[in-house]
Design a protein around this ligand. Structure first.
Ligand SMILES: *Cc1c(COP(=O)(O)O)cnc(C)c1O
Length: 370
């Protein structure tokens, strides 16, 4: 197979916040699979989701995920659609509807704020901490939170993709259902999954293309179902159907399966992934810290995200100039989220240290030019 080196270089320097960069090896595999998926002899776009081939793919993908996380059998893995945003609704439908207790939410940035209105439709919500008064520039410290023992659940976002804020610890109580949106940092570091009752992450930041959302939940959560759930929004229906309740996004799931294989075979697991991610983020933050008058970091240093490095320049004109020159240097996707402006360099798993080095050097040269 002939690689197009220019295309791959451009892809390697895609710092987009999402959909994010994918490993070059996976792009090659996907290109091949569009013609003929290995073992199936058919285009991945035309393979039946009811085929043995796909059943095997789903089973292997789930097993790879379980292996990477060390996930015990009392957790179920679902491959759903509707993105992370649909989980903002499905979670309170299952865990808050008809309950007397309030659900507790950490309001730490753009995405956690987005998750709250859907919960209010289903029951009482208590905002345990709200970072808006401080402009969503930092996360709470443990001593600022007083999570209650009888909350319906506690919900938080592990990595605020827009502001570049990441929890480097696990908030909440271990005796309360802990729910976490890990859409933008899932599988970027090792963690103990048993501290969570429900984890969700769409694919398009760190795991693959848009179209599939992973939901990992403790099976016992489904023992007391809420009333009046439409079947398609009921986790039990998806579990019973082995994620084949209706036509699943076969291509997106295939891509996720290749990314998991890449994580296992090429990276060597989540410890090593974390060490690579730390190195990449450190390189970029060190440039920001060296030129504090030009690069105005957004997040408080203790809460800096390893995935999304967010900063501003002193004026919109300088930011526009930065983006123009970065684009000329081959770096794309650096414009900040429309809600915040500024610059955001997303360093998801598939972003190589070499690509980050290239961006860091560009930033140093841009600063040196004044
Ligand atoms: C991007 C993002 C979302 C939104 O995901 P959709 O799949 O577009 O609904 C939700 N949560 C987080 C943390 C995100 O980064």
């Amino acid at each position: 197979m002939v690689r197009d080196p220019y295309l791959l270089d451009r892809n390697a320097l895609n710092f987009s916040g999402g959909p994010g960069v994918l490993p070059a090896r996976v792009l090659d595999e996907l290109r091949e699979a569009i013609r003929s998926a290995p073992g199936a002899g058919l285009s991945i776009l035309g393979i039946s989701h009811r085929s043995d081939w796909f059943a095997e793919l789903l089973a292997q993908t789930e097993q790879d995920l379980r292996q990477l996380l060390g996930l015990p059998d009392d957790y179920a893995v679902l491959f759903l659609q509707g993105g992370a945003s649909l989980q903002f609704t499905m979670i309170p439908m299952h865990l808050l509807r008809g309950r007397a207790q309030a659900a507790e939410y950490l309001r730490t940035g753009y995405w956690s704020a987005k998750s709250i209105p859907a919960a209010r439709l289903e029951g009482r919500v208590r905002i345990l901490w709200d970072g808006e008064n401080e402009g969503f520039r930092r996360l709470p410290r443990a001593d600022e939170l007083e999570p209650s023992a009888d909350a319906a659940y506690l919900h938080y976002v592990s990595n605020e993709t827009v502001e570049g804020l990441q929890f480097h610890w696990v908030p909440g109580r271990d005796d309360v259902i802990r729910v976490c949106d890990m859409s933008s940092d899932f599988l970027s570091y090792p963690f103990d999954p048993t501290r969570f009752a429900l984890i969700y992450a769409h694919a398009q930041k760190n795991l693959g293309p848009a179209g599939v959302t992973l939901v990992i939940l403790r099976r016992e959560l489904l023992e007391h179902p809420s009333a009046g759930l439409p079947e398609i929004l009921d986790y039990r229906a998806h579990l019973k159907a082995h994620s084949l309740y209706n036509t699943p996004p076969v291509f997106a799931i295939y891509a996720v399966s290749r990314v998991l294989r890449w994580l296992i075979e090429e990276i060597g697991g989540l410890e090593r992934m974390l060490s690579l991610n730390r190195g990449k983020a450190k390189r970029l933050y060190s440039v920001i810290d060296r030129y504090p008058e030009l690069y105005l970091g957004w997040a408080a240093p203790q809460d800096r995200s390893l995935m999304n490095v967010v900063f501003r320049l002193p004026s919109p004109e300088r930011e526009a100039e930065f983006l123009r020159q970065a684009e000329r240097a081959g770096c794309s996707g650096l414009r900040g989220h429309r809600a915040l402006g500024g610059i955001r360099a997303s360093l998801y798993n598939a972003m190589t240290p070499g690509a980050v080095e290239q961006l860091a050097q560009f930033m140093e040269e841009f600063a040196a030019k004044g």
